[in-house]
Ligand binder design. Structure first.
Ligand code: GSH
Length: 79
C-alpha cells in the first residue's frame, strides 16, 4: 500500500490527500512532526526531510518533497 509522509497543516500534503481521495486510492498516513528537525524516520527512508513524500513499497519508489510529482504519479497509476 502507498505511504504518505506528511503533517496535517501542510498545504502541499493536503493537496496530495485530496487527490488520493478523489482517485479512490487507499493509503497509509505516516504523520511527521511539523518541526523538520524531528523527522528522523522520514530522513532514514528518503534521505531528506521534506513533506509530502510518497513511498510505493511495491515498486520501490520514493517521491520526495514534491506535491506536483506525487500527483502526476498518482494520476498515472489510475490511467
Ligand atoms: N516543493 C514542495 C514544497 C513542500 C513544502 O514546502 N513542505 C514543507 C511543509 S508545508 C516542508 O516540509 N518543508 C521541508 C523543509 O522545510 O525542509 C512541494 O511541492 O511539495
Amino acid at each position: 500500500m502507498l505511504e504518505l509522509y506528511q503533517f496535517e497543516e501542510c498545504p502541499y500534503c493536503a493537496r496530495v490527500r485530496t487527490k488520493m481521495t478523489d482517485l479512490g486510492i487507499d493509503y497509509i498516513i505516516r504523520n511527521e512532526p511539523r518541526d523538520k528537525a524531528g523527522r528522523e524516520r522520514l530522513k532514514k527512508i528518503s534521505g531528506q526531510s521534506g513533506v509530502p513524500t510518497l513511498v510505493d513499497p511495491e515498486k520501490d519508489i520514493v517521491i520526495a518533497d514534491d506535491d506536483d510529482a506525487i500527483i502526476e504519479y498518482l494520476e498515472r497509476l489510475k490511467r
